[in-house]
Design a protein around this ligand. Structure first.
Ligand code: CA2
Length: 145
């Protein structure tokens, strides 16, 4: 099984700023943990980050027919992007929305997600461990066994 993990804008700064919200692990640390966990189940993780909405849309389109599951932390685009919503709707595989923090405990503008109505599952508020939990959950789905 191929799992694509997509990270949106500013997540490349993880581990360098705002550790009280996002923890001290870098995105590279998280990607290593995700890859190791997937490989333990015989699966493969492609872990990506972009600050550009159109790039993320293209990654989702390229995943159609070639990737079994997408984990997406669209970061700020979660709250603004109809384009990412539409691309996710077009992708027929399993989709999981992930947030490190719980956006519902934060500013009101973070309470709306354009991603949530287009995915199968949402994980929020578990910190960066959520990435590994998401990989584990996907590997435990019937299609991952
Ligand atoms: O909690 C999450 O994972 C978020 O998707 C993170 C986004 C935020 O806009 C969402 O509302 C919730 C922000 C990601 C920015 O990441 C940074 C990491 C370190 C330092 C600064 C920003």
């Amino acid at each position: 099984m191929r799992i694509l993990v997509i990270n949106g804008p500013n997540l490349n700064l993880l581990g360098t700023r705002e550790p009280e919200i996002y923890g001290s692990d870098t995105l590279e640390d998280i990607s290593v943990r995700c890859r190791q966990r997937a490989e333990a189940h015989g699966h493969e993780v492609d872990f990506k980050q972009s600050n550009h909405e159109g790039v993320i849309v293209e990654w989702i389109q390229q995943a159609i027919g070639s990737v079994d599951a997408i984990v997406i932390n669209a970061a700020a685009y979660t709250h603004t992007s109809v384009a990412i919503h539409d691309a996710l709707r077009a992708y027929e595989g399993y989709k999981l929305e992930l947030h490190i923090s719980n956006p519902h405990l934060r500013e009101p503008f973070r309470h709306v997600s354009y991603v949530s109505p287009a995915v199968d599952a949402v994980v929020a508020g578990l910190g960066v461990d959520a990435y590994v939990h998401a990989i584990e959950a996907i590997c435990s789905l019937p299609m991952g066994e």
